[in-house]
Ligand binder design. Structure first.
Ligand SMILES: [Fe+2]
Ligand SMILES: [Fe+2]
Length: 215
């Protein structure tokens, strides 16, 4: 199988869209899943293993798509993500938390009306339940700081007051997400976070699919 080579650093420019050029030695011949065989699935899993291995590359490329997207904000979305992760790292948060901070707005381009859900879904197999919940709900919690300007209830998050993840998520937006719009702060580059991304995405904690696929 041949795929587009990936190399860092490329944070100074937006990488071209990810393209997979597949040259498969063997190809399943079924026309419906019900006709597939165990041998077919060995071939498919072999291809999937390569796809899983390259997930961190795609994560980084999608983060870089946020570069230059100001959408009216003081800094672009990539730098907002980098600044959120930088603040979390500087405060001593652990690696998984920092990666969640880095990815929390990765869904802005494709899930513009429910971006937190997309980020949480990408992270879900690889992070704790509390970090998944934090990312998934950060949009509502963040609204505490501006919902009153757009006709929404700034206390919308109160519906989760009894949830065990309330404090964790309130702290995430207060300490890292809310203040990460500062154009004068130096952010750590994407290359700094790359090894963290690779480690966090190397070992899924949960999935309905087999997670020990070997190519
Ligand atoms: Fe967000
Ligand atoms: Fe954010």
């Amino acid at each position: 199988m041949e795929r587009r080579a990936f190399s860092l650093p490329c944070q100074e420019k937006v990488c071209p869209p990810f393209k997979m050029v597949k040259v498969m030695k063997k190809k399943p011949s079924f026309t419906s899943l019900s006709e597939s065989t165990a041998e077919d699935w060995k071939i498919i899993f072999s291809e999937q293993a390569q796809l899983y291995t390259e997930l961190p590359n795609r994560i980084i490329e999608h983060l870089l798509l946020l570069k230059g997207d100001l959408s009216g904000f003081p800094i672009d979305r990539l730098n907002h993500c980098l600044q959120t992760a930088t603040l979390a790292h500087e405060a001593g948060e652990d690696e998984e938390y920092v990666v969640c901070a880095l990815l929390h707005d990765i869904g802005d381009t494709l899930a513009s009306l429910n971006h937190a859900d997309l980020a949480a879904t990408i992270l879900q197999p690889f992070v704790s339940e509390e970090n998944y919940w934090m990312v998934k709900h950060h949009g509502i919690f963040q609204g505490h700081y501006f919902f009153h300007h757009i006709g929404l209830d700034p206390n919308m998050r109160d519906q989760f007051k009894d949830n065990p993840n309330y404090k964790r998520t309130a702290h995430f937006v207060a300490a890292y997400d809310n203040p990460a719009f500062n154009p004068n702060k130096d952010n750590l580059p994407i290359a700094f976070f790359e090894p963290m991304i690779r480690r966090v995405f190397s070992s899924p904690k949960s999935s309905m699919y087999p997670t020990d696929i070997k190519g």
